[in-house]
Design a protein around this ligand. Structure first.
Ligand code: HEM
Length: 424
């Protein structure tokens, strides 16, 4: 259903919250979606990501510094940031909040032009909270999207006054993005001067001879890029760090493998070098297997004429769906599926069933377009963090194993850790 062999469009009502039909990513029309996705995907190829490796490393180093017992990254205007890092001995570090800042810094520099600098100040913190809030009501949004449309037409100042914070996240973010887009359209030269590379956003605004996106569509696309580019990667990294805390022996192994690859504590940890450390990949794959950030319900529908799928005829417009979580929990493919066991991925045969059914990024023409960026962030962050620090749960930690499926995987409770720096 998700492979390129089938041309199943997305099931529109599940995607309409994203924006109107002329937008790029949520476009329900298969051909139009392909053309629009073609504008974005060259920016997210592995070669493009490798070229900007230094940008990722810079932000990852800021994160590693921020979780240290003596963080030096704090700039001006950072009252909230101070509540997330250690400011006095014995404090815990609020890891998920810092990871959201990290992925926000990466995607803003990558997609727009200027990094929001979230790991050094609170100036652009407006960008993060609405996304985190929206995740908790994501499943409601899919079925009540007309309400979301109405909310996004309420002026921002009124929205903030009359709608509770948890419900207004997406609409609030839309207003903020509209302002950014207006600014870009008013003064494109100023925006372009801030960067050395052409940005995704610039490409979407300019379009090409066949594609010109409306402002509403640009807002929808920005929303998808930002939402998809921050929360998924941040929650995956938080889960990997949580697993490292509750399985200290696996954390020791992770550190030892990293010491072999980076013998000097101050060696620069780049994506190109870190991706060669097999245990880092195994640890992340096992995290994504057991805790995929989008565990299910990414609905498609069969074309009007119906389709034959796995030798069965499905009538036209049948809504079909799969769950990566259920696939990843199949004991015939992943023995003892509830056990967190990175070892199962060591020397794993690329043709094996466990590789074939590993689908945290979905597959096919609508699979994750940001997959290469996600891997680069995941690998570099995990490697840099565990090369330098030993993490353990802080006594005030509230995060537990339990999670709920809100289309996105949501874990409640502040995730507080203590980081101890290795001597060498
Ligand atoms: C661990 C990290 C990530 C995971 C597990 C993940 C997973 C997914 C999945 C399962 C989909 C398909 C959703 C659907 O069919 O409705 C998707 C789509 C998408 N992802 Fe990711 N993602 C991750 C990170 C990223 C990043 C860093 C970006 C940044 C560019 C990104 C951008 C997108 C976009 C734009 C789409 C929509 C693609 C389309 O409709 O053609 N993702 N992602």
């Amino acid at each position: 259903m998700y492979s390129t062999t089938y041309k199943f469009p997305v099931h529109s009502p599940h995607y309409d919250w994203q924006g109107p039909v002329d937008m790029a990513m949520g476009n329900p029309n298969v051909a139009a979606h392909r053309a629009r996705r073609g504008l974005v995907s060259p920016f997210l190829s592995k070669a493009s990501i490798q070229k900007l490796d230094k940008n990722i490393v810079k932000h990852v180093n800021n994160f590693v510094e921020a979780i240290s017992p003596t963080p030096k990254v704090l700039g001006d205007n950072c009252e909230r940031l101070k509540t997330e890092v250690v400011t006095k001995p014995g404090d815990g570090v609020d890891v998920l909040k810092l990871l959201r800042r990290l992925t926000g810094d990466v995607i803003s520099e990558y997609a727009y032009s200027e990094s929001f600098g979230l790991l050094s100040s609170d100036k652009n913190i407006w960008f993060i909270q609405p996304i985190a809030d929206s995740m908790e009501i994501f499943q409601l949004l899919q079925f009540t999207w007309p309400v979301a449309y109405i909310m996004s037409s309420i002026p921002n100042f009124l929205l903030k006054t009359v709608v509770p914070r948890k419900l207004r996240g997406f609409a609030e973010l839309e207003w903020m993005l509209k302002e950014q887009i207006d600014e870009f359209i008013r003064n494109p030269l100023k925006a372009k001067a801030k960067t050395t590379h052409k940005t995704i956003f610039e490409t979407l605004v300019e379009g090409d001879e066949n594609i010109k996106l409306s402002k509403r569509a640009l807002v929808g696309d920005s929303l998808v890029l930002i939402g998809a580019g921050t929360e998924t990667t941040a929650t995956t990294l938080a889960e990997a760090m949580y697993k490292a805390c509750i399985y200290p022996e696996l954390q020791t192994r992770l550190h030892e493998e990293l010491v072999k690859a980076f013998p000097n504590k101050n060696d620069e940890i780049t994506f190109a070098k870190a991706e060669r450390v097999q245990y880092v990949i195994a640890f992340l794959k096992e995290t994504l297997r057991i805790a995929p950030p989008l565990p299910g319900r990414i609905a498609r529908q069969t074309p009007a004429e119906g389709a034959v799928c796995q030798e069965r005829f499905l009538p036209g417009r049948t809504v079909v769906s799969m769950s990566s979580y259920l696939m990843h929990m199949n004991p015939e493919i992943y023995p003892n599926p509830h056990k967190f066991d990175p070892e199962r991925w060591m020397n794993s045969d690329p043709a094996s069933l466990q590789e074939r059914y590993f689908v945290p990024f979905s597959k096919g023409s609508r699979g994750c377009v940001g997959l290469n960026l996600a891997w680069a962030e995941l690998i570099t962050t995990l490697a840099a963090t565990f090369r330098k620090h030993r993490l353990s749960l802080h006594p005030d930690n509230k995060r537990k194993e339990e999670w709920v499926d809100r289309v996105a995987r949501v874990v409640f409770g502040d995730f507080l850790i203590t980081a101890e720096e290795y001597d060498h």
